[in-house]
Design a protein around this ligand. Structure first.
Ligand SMILES: C[S@@+](CC[C@H](N)C(=O)[O-])C[C@H]1O[C@@H](n2cnc3c(N)ncnc32)[C@H](O)[C@@H]1O
Length: 236
């Protein structure tokens, strides 16, 4: 597998998740923590030319990559980017403006664990009544050494992983109802070189982690993109 094949495999996975969580043609969707735009592009493909996606990120460091990606998937005209902290989106999104609010691997990168409550409450504020909020995170229940290594690598780079119970609790605190979770397994394997590229700006952590402890594990078991877990809830 090369970098392009890896991106295609992850994009297909994102498309499958987006469709199964209920994104539909014509919707207005907010994607929180859009990063390099892979999930945004999958959402934008799915909402079609009459839909809209507002992509939000606290940082603009991935904006070039983001712009390239929405161009590559031909969805530029239906996507807008805003730089904002998802703990307070009042300056960029009004109450109940979105049919659906989604995130993909946002929570793992929070700088402060206590922000989870504020962020999920903001997601609930901006979704319409009866609309859905859906959070997607890596499942930390590794099924084998190859998944375990992927998660350990990200933990060592400083990512904070919330337990499923903590995410469900934050959704309940935000008064979301009918909370459902679902697992999406993957069959995506990384070579050590691709694993390093996937770490993006945290590549330096990759070298350190490999040197300290993970090198032999990656060598022996390889690395696998773990299953994703979705958490969705409805605004009553
Ligand atoms: C793992 S990346 C997201 C990946 C992306 N959703 C995708 O499809 O590939 C996490 C992103 O969350 C952003 N982020 C972290 N804390 C945030 C916050 N408080 N508000 C908005 N974005 C945040 C980071 O800047 C980073 O771009």
């Amino acid at each position: 597998m090369d970098a392009e094949m890896l991106e295609t495999a992850i994009f297909r996975l994102k498309l499958e998740i987006v469709r199964k969580i209920g994104v539909r043609k014509g919707m207005t969707v907010v994607d929180v923590g859009c990063g390099q735009g892979g999930f945004t592009a999958a959402v934008a493909k799915t909402v079609g030319k009459h839909g809209k996606v507002l992509a939000v990120d606290i940082s603009d460091e991935y904006l070039d990559e983001f712009t390239k990606r929405v161009d590559k998937y031909h969805v530029k005209e239906r996507v807008t980017f805003s730089q904002a902290d998802s703990a307070d989106l009042r300056a960029v999104v009004s109450d109940e403006a979105a049919d659906m609010v989604v995130s993909y691997r946002l929570l793992e990168e929070l700088k402060q664990a206590r922000d989870i409550d504020k962020i999920v409450k903001e997601m609930a504020r901006i979704v319409k009544k009866h609309g859905r909020v859906c959070i997607t995170e890596l499942s930390t229940k590794a099924k084998n050494k190859a998944e375990e290594t992927y998660i350990r690598l990200h933990k060592e780079s400083g990512d904070c992983f919330f337990s499923p119970d903590e995410i469900v609790e934050a959704m309940k605190n935000a008064k979301l109802t009918r909370i459902q979770t679902r697992l999406f397994d993957t069959n995506i394997w990384f070579s050590p070189e691709l694993a390093k590229q996937d770490m993006g700006f945290a590549q330096v952590w990759f070298d350190e982690a490999v040197e300290k402890s993970l090198g032999p594990l990656i060598e022996r078991y390889g690395m696998k993109y773990p299953a994703l877990q979705t958490f969705s809830g409805i605004k009553a």
